[in-house]
Design a binder for this molecule. Structure first.
Ligand code: GDP
Length: 429
Protein backbone atom coordinates (compact mmCIF):
# COMPACT_ATOMS: atom_id res chain seq x y z
CA UNK A 1 0.00 0.00 0.00
CA UNK A 2 1.16 3.49 -0.70
CA UNK A 3 -0.39 6.91 -0.35
CA UNK A 4 0.74 10.06 -2.09
CA UNK A 5 -0.42 13.66 -1.85
CA UNK A 6 0.26 15.85 -4.89
CA UNK A 7 0.19 19.57 -4.14
CA UNK A 8 0.98 22.78 -5.98
CA UNK A 9 4.03 24.45 -4.45
CA UNK A 10 3.42 27.92 -5.94
CA UNK A 11 0.19 29.82 -6.75
CA UNK A 12 -1.51 26.95 -8.59
CA UNK A 13 -1.50 26.07 -12.30
CA UNK A 14 1.83 24.28 -11.85
CA UNK A 15 0.69 21.45 -14.09
CA UNK A 16 -0.63 19.14 -11.37
CA UNK A 17 -3.21 17.70 -13.76
CA UNK A 18 -0.56 16.21 -16.02
CA UNK A 19 1.46 14.83 -13.09
CA UNK A 20 -1.59 13.27 -11.45
CA UNK A 21 -2.53 11.76 -14.77
CA UNK A 22 0.95 10.29 -15.11
CA UNK A 23 1.32 8.97 -11.55
CA UNK A 24 -2.33 8.00 -11.44
CA UNK A 25 -1.37 4.95 -13.49
CA UNK A 26 -0.20 3.42 -10.23
CA UNK A 27 -3.23 4.58 -8.24
CA UNK A 28 -6.30 2.53 -7.43
CA UNK A 29 -8.15 5.54 -6.03
CA UNK A 30 -7.71 9.25 -6.68
CA UNK A 31 -9.15 11.78 -4.24
CA UNK A 32 -9.93 15.51 -4.51
CA UNK A 33 -9.89 16.90 -0.98
CA UNK A 34 -10.50 20.67 -1.23
CA UNK A 35 -11.53 23.54 -3.47
CA UNK A 36 -14.42 23.80 -5.84
CA UNK A 37 -14.97 24.20 -9.54
CA UNK A 38 -12.59 27.16 -9.55
CA UNK A 39 -9.82 24.64 -10.17
CA UNK A 40 -8.94 23.88 -13.77
CA UNK A 41 -6.69 20.92 -14.37
CA UNK A 42 -5.68 20.55 -17.98
CA UNK A 43 -4.69 17.11 -19.20
CA UNK A 44 -3.72 16.34 -22.76
CA UNK A 45 -3.73 12.72 -23.83
CA UNK A 46 -4.38 10.78 -27.01
CA UNK A 47 -4.21 14.18 -28.71
CA UNK A 48 -7.30 15.37 -26.83
CA UNK A 49 -7.47 18.14 -24.26
CA UNK A 50 -9.55 17.75 -21.12
CA UNK A 51 -10.09 20.50 -18.56
CA UNK A 52 -11.38 19.14 -15.28
CA UNK A 53 -12.85 21.40 -12.64
CA UNK A 54 -14.33 19.24 -9.90
CA UNK A 55 -13.81 15.64 -10.92
CA UNK A 56 -10.31 14.34 -10.11
CA UNK A 57 -8.07 14.14 -13.19
CA UNK A 58 -7.66 10.48 -12.30
CA UNK A 59 -10.99 9.88 -14.03
CA UNK A 60 -9.06 9.90 -17.33
CA UNK A 61 -7.22 6.81 -16.14
CA UNK A 62 -9.44 3.86 -17.07
CA UNK A 63 -10.69 1.71 -14.23
CA UNK A 64 -9.55 3.96 -11.37
CA UNK A 65 -11.94 5.02 -8.66
CA UNK A 66 -12.29 8.77 -8.06
CA UNK A 67 -13.57 10.41 -4.91
CA UNK A 68 -14.75 13.96 -4.32
CA UNK A 69 -14.20 14.10 -0.61
CA UNK A 70 -15.77 16.11 2.19
CA UNK A 71 -13.29 19.02 1.98
CA UNK A 72 -14.52 19.95 -1.49
CA UNK A 73 -17.41 22.33 -2.12
CA UNK A 74 -19.42 21.03 -5.03
CA UNK A 75 -21.69 22.80 -7.50
CA UNK A 76 -24.37 20.19 -8.33
CA UNK A 77 -25.24 21.62 -11.76
CA UNK A 78 -21.61 22.09 -12.79
CA UNK A 79 -20.70 18.62 -11.56
CA UNK A 80 -23.47 17.01 -13.58
CA UNK A 81 -22.36 18.94 -16.68
CA UNK A 82 -18.76 17.86 -16.19
CA UNK A 83 -19.76 14.22 -15.75
CA UNK A 84 -21.95 14.36 -18.86
CA UNK A 85 -19.16 15.99 -20.84
CA UNK A 86 -16.75 13.21 -19.88
CA UNK A 87 -19.30 10.49 -20.68
CA UNK A 88 -19.86 12.15 -24.07
CA UNK A 89 -16.10 11.82 -24.68
CA UNK A 90 -16.29 8.09 -23.81
CA UNK A 91 -14.78 8.52 -20.33
CA UNK A 92 -16.77 6.34 -17.99
CA UNK A 93 -17.90 8.17 -14.86
CA UNK A 94 -20.77 6.02 -13.54
CA UNK A 95 -19.61 3.43 -11.07
CA UNK A 96 -16.20 5.12 -10.78
CA UNK A 97 -16.95 8.51 -9.26
CA UNK A 98 -18.19 8.84 -5.68
CA UNK A 99 -18.99 12.02 -3.78
CA UNK A 100 -18.84 12.40 -0.06
CA UNK A 101 -22.18 12.68 1.71
CA UNK A 102 -20.32 15.13 3.97
CA UNK A 103 -19.28 17.50 1.16
CA UNK A 104 -20.83 20.99 1.15
CA UNK A 105 -22.68 22.38 -1.84
CA UNK A 106 -22.30 25.59 -3.78
CA UNK A 107 -25.79 26.96 -4.39
CA UNK A 108 -26.89 29.88 -6.60
CA UNK A 109 -26.96 32.37 -3.71
CA UNK A 110 -23.24 31.67 -3.16
CA UNK A 111 -22.49 32.75 -6.72
CA UNK A 112 -24.44 35.98 -6.26
CA UNK A 113 -22.67 36.68 -2.97
CA UNK A 114 -19.33 36.13 -4.73
CA UNK A 115 -20.31 38.50 -7.55
CA UNK A 116 -21.45 41.08 -5.02
CA UNK A 117 -18.13 41.00 -3.19
CA UNK A 118 -16.13 41.12 -6.42
CA UNK A 119 -18.04 44.20 -7.54
CA UNK A 120 -17.07 46.15 -4.44
CA UNK A 121 -14.09 47.22 -2.41
CA UNK A 122 -13.29 43.80 -0.96
CA UNK A 123 -12.54 42.46 -4.47
CA UNK A 124 -9.74 39.88 -4.56
CA UNK A 125 -10.10 38.52 -8.08
CA UNK A 126 -12.06 35.29 -7.52
CA UNK A 127 -13.60 33.18 -10.29
CA UNK A 128 -17.06 34.27 -8.99
CA UNK A 129 -18.24 30.69 -8.78
CA UNK A 130 -19.46 30.98 -5.21
CA UNK A 131 -16.68 28.96 -3.64
CA UNK A 132 -15.71 31.49 -0.95
CA UNK A 133 -19.30 32.05 0.21
CA UNK A 134 -19.92 28.27 0.28
CA UNK A 135 -16.90 27.79 2.56
CA UNK A 136 -18.03 30.76 4.68
CA UNK A 137 -21.39 29.03 5.16
CA UNK A 138 -19.65 25.77 6.06
CA UNK A 139 -17.62 27.46 8.78
CA UNK A 140 -20.62 29.61 9.75
CA UNK A 141 -22.57 26.36 10.26
CA UNK A 142 -25.32 27.19 7.81
CA UNK A 143 -23.99 25.17 4.88
CA UNK A 144 -25.83 22.45 2.99
CA UNK A 145 -24.08 19.10 2.68
CA UNK A 146 -24.82 16.54 0.00
CA UNK A 147 -26.51 14.26 2.53
CA UNK A 148 -28.86 17.14 3.46
CA UNK A 149 -29.50 18.00 -0.17
CA UNK A 150 -30.64 14.46 -0.80
CA UNK A 151 -33.27 14.72 1.93
CA UNK A 152 -36.02 17.03 0.55
CA UNK A 153 -37.55 18.26 3.85
CA UNK A 154 -34.11 19.10 5.29
CA UNK A 155 -32.99 20.76 2.07
CA UNK A 156 -36.12 22.91 1.86
CA UNK A 157 -35.76 24.07 5.47
CA UNK A 158 -32.07 24.91 5.06
CA UNK A 159 -32.67 26.80 1.83
CA UNK A 160 -35.49 28.87 3.31
CA UNK A 161 -33.34 29.75 6.33
CA UNK A 162 -30.45 30.75 4.08
CA UNK A 163 -32.61 32.70 1.65
CA UNK A 164 -34.22 34.74 4.38
CA UNK A 165 -30.76 35.69 5.66
CA UNK A 166 -29.12 36.30 2.29
CA UNK A 167 -31.80 37.57 -0.09
CA UNK A 168 -31.86 41.07 1.51
CA UNK A 169 -28.10 41.37 0.93
CA UNK A 170 -28.56 40.43 -2.71
CA UNK A 171 -31.58 42.53 -3.56
CA UNK A 172 -29.59 44.82 -5.88
CA UNK A 173 -28.70 41.76 -7.97
CA UNK A 174 -31.57 39.30 -7.79
CA UNK A 175 -35.04 38.89 -6.33
CA UNK A 176 -35.96 36.31 -3.70
CA UNK A 177 -38.30 34.57 -6.15
CA UNK A 178 -35.57 34.16 -8.77
CA UNK A 179 -33.10 32.95 -6.14
CA UNK A 180 -35.56 30.35 -4.91
CA UNK A 181 -36.28 29.17 -8.45
CA UNK A 182 -32.61 28.86 -9.27
CA UNK A 183 -31.88 26.97 -6.06
CA UNK A 184 -34.61 24.38 -6.69
CA UNK A 185 -33.98 24.19 -10.44
CA UNK A 186 -33.78 20.55 -11.58
CA UNK A 187 -33.88 19.43 -7.96
CA UNK A 188 -35.61 16.10 -8.56
CA UNK A 189 -33.49 15.14 -11.51
CA UNK A 190 -30.30 16.19 -9.72
CA UNK A 191 -31.22 14.04 -6.74
CA UNK A 192 -31.68 11.10 -9.04
CA UNK A 193 -28.31 11.87 -10.60
CA UNK A 194 -26.51 12.05 -7.25
CA UNK A 195 -28.24 9.02 -5.69
CA UNK A 196 -25.74 6.46 -7.02
CA UNK A 197 -22.78 8.82 -6.59
CA UNK A 198 -23.20 9.76 -2.94
CA UNK A 199 -21.04 7.66 -0.66
CA UNK A 200 -19.45 7.39 2.74
CA UNK A 201 -16.03 8.25 1.33
CA UNK A 202 -14.05 7.84 4.59
CA UNK A 203 -15.39 4.28 4.76
CA UNK A 204 -14.35 3.62 1.15
CA UNK A 205 -10.88 4.98 1.85
CA UNK A 206 -10.52 2.96 5.02
CA UNK A 207 -11.32 -0.20 3.04
CA UNK A 208 -8.82 0.76 0.35
CA UNK A 209 -6.06 1.35 2.86
CA UNK A 210 -6.84 -1.88 4.69
CA UNK A 211 -6.70 -3.75 1.38
CA UNK A 212 -3.26 -2.33 0.59
CA UNK A 213 -4.40 -0.22 -2.35
CA UNK A 214 -2.60 2.85 -3.72
CA UNK A 215 -4.35 6.11 -2.99
CA UNK A 216 -3.41 9.43 -4.58
CA UNK A 217 -4.70 12.69 -3.08
CA UNK A 218 -4.92 15.43 -5.67
CA UNK A 219 -4.60 19.01 -4.41
CA UNK A 220 -6.14 21.90 -6.29
CA UNK A 221 -4.77 25.47 -6.43
CA UNK A 222 -1.44 25.86 -4.63
CA UNK A 223 0.32 26.50 -1.34
CA UNK A 224 0.51 30.28 -1.81
CA UNK A 225 -3.27 30.36 -2.19
CA UNK A 226 -3.78 28.50 1.08
CA UNK A 227 -6.13 30.36 3.39
CA UNK A 228 -3.71 29.88 6.32
CA UNK A 229 -0.27 29.99 4.74
CA UNK A 230 -0.75 31.85 1.46
CA UNK A 231 -0.71 35.52 0.56
CA UNK A 232 -3.76 36.30 2.71
CA UNK A 233 -6.29 37.77 1.88
CA UNK A 234 -5.47 37.08 -1.78
CA UNK A 235 -5.99 33.37 -1.31
CA UNK A 236 -8.54 30.69 -1.96
CA UNK A 237 -11.02 29.86 0.77
CA UNK A 238 -9.75 26.37 1.52
CA UNK A 239 -6.45 24.71 2.46
CA UNK A 240 -4.75 23.27 -0.63
CA UNK A 241 -1.77 22.15 1.49
CA UNK A 242 -0.95 18.54 2.24
CA UNK A 243 -2.26 18.55 5.81
CA UNK A 244 -5.69 19.30 4.46
CA UNK A 245 -5.76 16.00 2.59
CA UNK A 246 -6.41 14.27 5.92
CA UNK A 247 -9.07 16.69 7.16
CA UNK A 248 -10.60 16.97 3.70
CA UNK A 249 -10.97 13.25 3.14
CA UNK A 250 -11.28 11.67 6.56
CA UNK A 251 -8.03 9.72 6.80
CA UNK A 252 -5.55 9.96 9.66
CA UNK A 253 -2.10 11.55 9.17
CA UNK A 254 -0.30 8.28 9.82
CA UNK A 255 -1.76 6.93 6.56
CA UNK A 256 0.29 9.33 4.40
CA UNK A 257 3.58 8.11 2.90
CA UNK A 258 4.77 10.78 0.46
CA UNK A 259 4.07 14.38 -0.49
CA UNK A 260 5.03 15.52 -3.97
CA UNK A 261 5.22 19.24 -4.71
CA UNK A 262 4.64 20.34 -8.30
CA UNK A 263 6.61 23.45 -9.29
CA UNK A 264 6.90 25.32 -12.54
CA UNK A 265 10.38 26.22 -13.76
CA UNK A 266 9.25 29.83 -13.32
CA UNK A 267 6.31 31.34 -11.40
CA UNK A 268 2.79 32.41 -12.30
CA UNK A 269 -0.25 33.61 -10.45
CA UNK A 270 -3.78 34.59 -11.40
CA UNK A 271 -5.83 37.19 -9.61
CA UNK A 272 -4.63 40.02 -7.43
CA UNK A 273 -2.12 39.95 -4.60
CA UNK A 274 1.60 39.96 -3.84
CA UNK A 275 3.96 38.33 -6.34
CA UNK A 276 7.55 39.41 -5.61
CA UNK A 277 9.21 38.00 -8.75
CA UNK A 278 6.55 39.22 -11.18
CA UNK A 279 7.89 40.47 -14.52
CA UNK A 280 5.82 43.41 -15.58
CA UNK A 281 7.79 43.89 -18.78
CA UNK A 282 7.84 42.52 -22.31
CA UNK A 283 9.74 39.45 -21.11
CA UNK A 284 6.88 38.66 -18.73
CA UNK A 285 4.51 38.93 -21.71
CA UNK A 286 6.78 36.67 -23.74
CA UNK A 287 6.80 34.04 -20.96
CA UNK A 288 2.99 34.16 -20.89
CA UNK A 289 2.82 33.50 -24.62
CA UNK A 290 5.49 30.79 -24.64
CA UNK A 291 4.01 29.03 -21.63
CA UNK A 292 0.43 29.57 -22.77
CA UNK A 293 -0.29 31.05 -19.38
CA UNK A 294 -4.00 31.67 -19.61
CA UNK A 295 -6.38 30.31 -16.97
CA UNK A 296 -7.94 26.93 -17.71
CA UNK A 297 -11.17 27.96 -15.95
CA UNK A 298 -11.57 31.62 -16.85
CA UNK A 299 -9.08 32.23 -19.67
CA UNK A 300 -7.59 35.05 -17.60
CA UNK A 301 -3.97 35.89 -18.46
CA UNK A 302 -1.65 34.68 -15.72
CA UNK A 303 0.95 37.01 -14.26
CA UNK A 304 4.43 35.60 -14.92
CA UNK A 305 7.78 35.89 -13.15
CA UNK A 306 11.05 34.16 -12.26
CA UNK A 307 11.28 31.07 -10.06
CA UNK A 308 11.01 32.11 -6.43
CA UNK A 309 12.95 29.80 -4.12
CA UNK A 310 11.64 31.65 -1.05
CA UNK A 311 8.11 30.67 -2.03
CA UNK A 312 9.04 27.07 -2.76
CA UNK A 313 11.02 26.71 0.48
CA UNK A 314 7.89 27.90 2.28
CA UNK A 315 5.92 25.23 0.41
CA UNK A 316 8.48 22.56 1.32
CA UNK A 317 8.11 23.40 4.99
CA UNK A 318 4.33 23.82 5.13
CA UNK A 319 3.57 20.66 3.14
CA UNK A 320 6.46 18.51 4.32
CA UNK A 321 7.33 17.88 0.68
CA UNK A 322 9.35 14.72 0.16
CA UNK A 323 9.91 15.17 -3.60
CA UNK A 324 9.46 17.71 -6.36
CA UNK A 325 8.15 17.53 -9.85
CA UNK A 326 9.46 20.34 -12.05
CA UNK A 327 7.21 21.33 -14.96
CA UNK A 328 7.47 23.53 -18.04
CA UNK A 329 11.25 23.48 -18.26
CA UNK A 330 10.77 23.65 -22.05
CA UNK A 331 9.31 27.15 -21.72
CA UNK A 332 12.71 28.46 -20.57
CA UNK A 333 14.47 27.09 -23.63
CA UNK A 334 16.60 29.87 -25.14
CA UNK A 335 16.14 32.23 -22.18
CA UNK A 336 19.57 33.58 -21.18
CA UNK A 337 20.40 34.31 -18.43
CA UNK A 338 17.82 32.67 -16.17
CA UNK A 339 17.18 34.26 -12.81
CA UNK A 340 16.16 32.61 -9.57
CA UNK A 341 15.07 34.55 -6.52
CA UNK A 342 17.00 33.21 -3.52
CA UNK A 343 15.95 35.76 -0.87
CA UNK A 344 14.06 39.04 -0.44
CA UNK A 345 15.16 42.43 0.73
CA UNK A 346 12.52 43.82 3.09
CA UNK A 347 13.06 47.07 5.01
CA UNK A 348 16.76 46.86 4.12
CA UNK A 349 17.13 43.33 5.58
CA UNK A 350 17.81 40.09 3.72
CA UNK A 351 14.96 37.65 4.38
CA UNK A 352 15.05 33.98 3.40
CA UNK A 353 11.68 32.87 4.80
CA UNK A 354 8.35 33.95 3.32
CA UNK A 355 6.94 36.68 5.58
CA UNK A 356 3.43 36.69 7.07
CA UNK A 357 2.89 40.45 7.01
CA UNK A 358 0.93 41.66 4.01
CA UNK A 359 3.04 44.81 3.83
CA UNK A 360 6.26 42.77 3.81
CA UNK A 361 4.85 40.46 1.11
CA UNK A 362 3.88 43.44 -1.03
CA UNK A 363 7.18 45.29 -0.57
CA UNK A 364 9.59 42.33 -0.80
CA UNK A 365 12.31 43.00 -3.38
CA UNK A 366 13.75 39.81 -4.86
CA UNK A 367 17.47 39.08 -4.64
CA UNK A 368 18.39 37.10 -7.73
CA UNK A 369 21.04 34.62 -8.65
CA UNK A 370 21.74 34.44 -12.39
CA UNK A 371 22.34 31.16 -14.14
CA UNK A 372 23.32 30.56 -17.76
CA UNK A 373 20.45 29.73 -20.10
CA UNK A 374 20.26 26.51 -22.08
CA UNK A 375 20.47 27.21 -25.76
CA UNK A 376 19.89 23.64 -26.97
CA UNK A 377 16.38 22.20 -27.19
CA UNK A 378 15.05 20.31 -24.18
CA UNK A 379 11.64 19.39 -25.57
CA UNK A 380 11.52 15.75 -26.55
CA UNK A 381 14.32 14.70 -24.19
CA UNK A 382 13.31 11.84 -21.93
CA UNK A 383 16.62 10.98 -20.27
CA UNK A 384 18.26 13.26 -17.75
CA UNK A 385 21.73 12.63 -19.16
CA UNK A 386 20.62 14.03 -22.53
CA UNK A 387 19.70 17.43 -21.10
CA UNK A 388 22.03 20.34 -21.95
CA UNK A 389 24.51 20.96 -19.11
CA UNK A 390 22.99 24.34 -18.30
CA UNK A 391 19.53 22.76 -17.91
CA UNK A 392 20.96 20.12 -15.54
CA UNK A 393 22.70 22.88 -13.61
CA UNK A 394 19.43 24.81 -13.34
CA UNK A 395 17.58 21.76 -11.96
CA UNK A 396 20.35 20.98 -9.47
CA UNK A 397 20.46 24.61 -8.36
CA UNK A 398 16.72 24.60 -7.66
CA UNK A 399 16.97 21.35 -5.71
CA UNK A 400 19.77 22.72 -3.56
CA UNK A 401 18.00 26.02 -2.94
CA UNK A 402 14.77 24.40 -1.80
CA UNK A 403 16.31 21.30 -0.22
CA UNK A 404 14.13 18.60 -1.80
CA UNK A 405 15.06 16.15 -4.61
CA UNK A 406 13.34 16.14 -7.97
CA UNK A 407 11.57 12.96 -8.98
CA UNK A 408 10.24 14.14 -12.34
CA UNK A 409 10.99 16.84 -14.90
CA UNK A 410 8.24 17.73 -17.34
CA UNK A 411 8.98 19.31 -20.69
CA UNK A 412 5.72 19.25 -22.55
CA UNK A 413 2.02 18.69 -22.08
CA UNK A 414 1.85 14.98 -22.83
CA UNK A 415 2.80 12.21 -20.43
CA UNK A 416 5.60 11.07 -22.71
CA UNK A 417 7.36 14.42 -22.45
CA UNK A 418 8.68 13.70 -18.97
CA UNK A 419 12.01 12.65 -17.48
CA UNK A 420 11.40 10.04 -14.81
CA UNK A 421 14.38 10.82 -12.65
CA UNK A 422 14.05 8.89 -9.46
CA UNK A 423 13.42 5.22 -10.04
CA UNK A 424 13.18 4.63 -6.29
CA UNK A 425 9.98 6.70 -6.24
CA UNK A 426 7.40 3.93 -6.26
CA UNK A 427 4.75 6.07 -7.99
CA UNK A 428 6.80 6.37 -11.18
CA UNK A 429 5.06 4.32 -13.86
P1 GDP B 1 -2.89 22.57 -12.79
O1 GDP B 1 -4.09 23.32 -12.35
O2 GDP B 1 -1.78 22.61 -11.79
O3 GDP B 1 -3.19 21.19 -13.27
O4 GDP B 1 -2.30 23.33 -14.04
P2 GDP B 1 -3.07 23.82 -15.34
O5 GDP B 1 -3.70 22.69 -16.01
O6 GDP B 1 -3.91 25.00 -15.04
O7 GDP B 1 -1.86 24.44 -16.16
C1 GDP B 1 -0.85 23.72 -16.63
C2 GDP B 1 -0.80 23.89 -18.13
O8 GDP B 1 0.48 23.60 -18.59
C3 GDP B 1 -1.71 22.95 -18.88
O9 GDP B 1 -2.17 23.56 -20.05
C4 GDP B 1 -0.79 21.77 -19.21
O10 GDP B 1 -1.20 21.04 -20.37
C5 GDP B 1 0.49 22.47 -19.45
N1 GDP B 1 1.71 21.73 -19.10
C6 GDP B 1 1.89 20.86 -18.06
N2 GDP B 1 3.18 20.47 -18.01
C7 GDP B 1 3.82 21.11 -19.03
C8 GDP B 1 5.16 21.15 -19.48
O11 GDP B 1 6.05 20.54 -18.92
N3 GDP B 1 5.45 21.96 -20.54
C9 GDP B 1 4.50 22.70 -21.17
N4 GDP B 1 4.87 23.46 -22.19
N5 GDP B 1 3.20 22.68 -20.79
C10 GDP B 1 2.88 21.91 -19.72
Amino acid sequence: MSTLIVVGAQWGDEGKGKIVHLLGKKADTIVRYQGGNNAGHTVVFDGKKFVLHQIPSGILQPGRRCLIANGVVMDPWALRDEARFLESRKIRVKGRLFISAWAHLILPYHRYLDALRESGQGKIGTTKRGIGPAYSDKVGRVGVRLADYMDPPTFRTLVEQNLSAKAPLLKSLVSLAVLRNETFKDYDSLRRFFEPLMADTPALLQKDLAAGKNVLFEGAQGTMLDVDFGTYPFVTSSNPIAGAACVGSGVGPAAIDEVLGVVKAYTTRVGDGPFPTELKDSFGDALRERGQEFGATTGRPRRCGWFDAVVVRHAVRINGLTRLSLTKLDVLEGVDPIRVCVAYRIDGKVVKDFPASRRAQAEAVPIYKELPGFAGPVKGITRYQDLPDAAKKYCRFLETEVGVPMALISMGRSREETILLDKSFRWIP
